[in-house]
Design a protein around this ligand. Structure first.
Ligand SMILES: Nc1nc2c(ncn2[C@@H]2O[C@H](COP(=O)(O)OP(=O)(O)OP(=O)(O)O)[C@@H](O)[C@H]2O)c(=O)[nH]1
Ligand SMILES: [Mg+2]
Length: 338
């Protein structure tokens, strides 16, 4: 499925129905008073977050949404039917922004959460309401109010607790596949991962956290090289970043330099991201060769006070310790927020 994380959308709520002008006309009741009913309310435009949707693709196809009008009021005091609300399902983590000003109007972070983006117009009052001592036959009813309309930008920022970052081929997707039920594509060439993947990591009996795997970053990503840069927004909401560095004998470049290149791109993206806690995982421990690269990275992390975990996603070595550590960090962060 195509992953779309930003769309422009026009929404128009339904107009309210007109109030009715009508009079009672029955045998033996001369001059029956007014009995025009009220118009119905127009339908709202509502966004609803759904846990089982993970892209804004459907909205990209439709782009315009209009809710039903309210029915007009009718004689004999009958109220017009309200217009049906139009409910648009969106992924959890969708930000609703005003397209013109960029202002964030709402952040849909919980399953089933709803936001009324455009209110349906109120129905007009029927002439029954305008009867008075001096006005026995009001020939007036209110028109319905127009429904709200505006252009919005929907922006998806995935909700994850841990964000995996690193150069292409560092082993990000292999790690998420080994600790969760996610099954991303894995291959020995760069840019295997083209769109973000989420995986739920279960630990202890009832606890879990969500890990996000995004396309790899390369030097110059901020200038448009590769494709990881545009996806960095999906790790913006995480509590901790896990930076994966390939320490196998096949990897190219100095591991510490590799790490700094990626960090440099992160800091260009946003200072918020670089301000997040970051831990380092040295990957592919099973093919570390003489261990020279591992030692080099270990020393670098000690020097810079990064928590460091040597791991192998294939044999599982070091994975439990890493998951435990991440779980604690995620929980700490949640407690701090409460
Ligand atoms: N031997 C060994 N190979 C590994 C390990 N982890 C990953 N690999 C291999 O390294 C290659 C790249 O792994 P991926 O998980 O696709 O790397 P990635 O970081 O997701 O790469 P991109 O999606 O391109 O950014 C694949 O051929 C994996 O099989 C490991 O622990 N040991
Ligand atoms: Mg990958």
């Amino acid at each position: 499925m195509k992953f779309i994380d930003q769309v422009k959308v026009y929404v128009k709520a339904g107009d309210g129905g007109r109030g009715c002008v009508s009079f009672r006309r029955e045998k033996f009741i001369p001059k029956g008073g007014p009995n025009g009913g009220d118009g119905g309310r127009g339908g709202h435009i509502i966004f609803r977050a759904r846990h089982n949707i993970n892209t804004l693709l459907d909205i990209k196809y439709q782009q315009q949404y209009r809710a039903d009008k309210g029915q007009h009021g009718m004689g004999r005091d009958r109220h017009g039917r309200n217009g049906k609300d139009l409910i648009i399902p969106v992924p959890m983590g969708t930000l609703v922004k005003n397209h013109e000003t960029g202002e964030v109007l709402f952040d849909l972070t919980e399953d089933e959460q709803e936001y009324i983006a455009a209110k349906g117009g109120r129905g007009g009052l029927g002439n029954t309401h305008f009867k008075g001592p001096t006005r026995q036959t009001p020939r007036y009813a209110q028109p319905g109010e127009p429904g709200g309309e505006l252009t919005l930008t929907l922006e998806l920022k995935l909700l994850a607790d841990v964000g995996l970052i690193g150069l292409p081929n560092a082993g990000k997707s292999t790690l998420i596949a080994s600790v969760s039920a996610a099954r991303p594509k894995i291959a020995d060439y760069p840019f295997t991962t083209l769109v973000p993947n989420l995986g739920v990591v279960k630990y202890k009996e009832f606890s879990s956290f969500v890990i996000a795997d995004i396309p790899g970053l390369i030097e110059g990503a901020s200038g448009g090289s590769g494709l990881g840069f545009q996806f960095l927004r999906h790790v913006e909401r995480t509590s901790i970043l896990l930076h994966l560095v390939d320490i196998s004998e096949m990897a190219e470049g100095d591991p510490a330099d590799n790490m700094e290149k990626v960090n440099n791109e992160l800091s260009i993206f946003s200072t918020d991201i670089m301000g997040k806690p970051m831990a380092i995982a040295g990957t592919k421990l099973d093919i570390k060769g003489n261990g020279e690269r591992l030692d080099r990275l270990l020393e670098y992390c000690k020097d810079k006070h990064y928590d460091f975990f040597p791991i192998c996603s294939v044999t599982g070595e070091g994975i439990n310790a890493l998951v435990q550590y991440l779980a604690i960090k995620v929980e700490e962060n949640k407690n701090r927020k409460q």
